[in-house]
Each structure stands twice: as structure tokens, then as C-alpha cells.
Design a binder for this molecule. Sequence first.
Ligand SMILES: [Ca+2]
Ligand SMILES: [Ca+2]
Length: 81
Amino acid sequence: MSEKALSPEKIAEARKEFDFFDTDGSGEIGFREFIELLTVLSPKTKASHVKEGFGLIDKNSDGSIDFEEFLEWWQQSWWEY
Ligand SMILES: [Ca+2]
Ligand SMILES: [Ca+2]
């Protein structure tokens, strides 16, 4: 897929998801919050894959997923469905 731009609607949708999973309202999705997110999105994910997946999304490796990182991932996973 070369089409990478998301419509404002899709971004707003991602924002809603992001806020939903950012349960402590820190503006970032921490590892614990990420586990909850995955439990909802793909309940069959193995524990080892959770860490791997988190590392993939957390591009700057600061231990949490900010909205930019989330959006990038959201964008990719959107196309897979
Ligand atoms: Ca948080
Ligand atoms: Ca990060």
C-alpha cells in the first residue's frame, strides 16, 4: 500500500482509541495499558509477542507509546484488515 495518508476521520478515530486505552490519562500508552489494548484487539496474542509488539510500536524505546507512535501503528494495522 502506498497510500499512507489518513483522513481526519481516521485520525479522530485513532485518537478516541488512544484515549480509551490511556486509562490513567498520561497522554501515553504504557506497557500495562498496551497489554490491555492487545487483550481487547487480539486476545490470542502470546506474552512473548506482546513484548515484541510493544518494542515495534515504541519507536524511540522510551517505554511508552505516544500518540504519534500509536497513529503509525494504527495506520499500518488498519490496512491489514
Ligand atoms: Ca497512560
Ligand atoms: Ca515511545
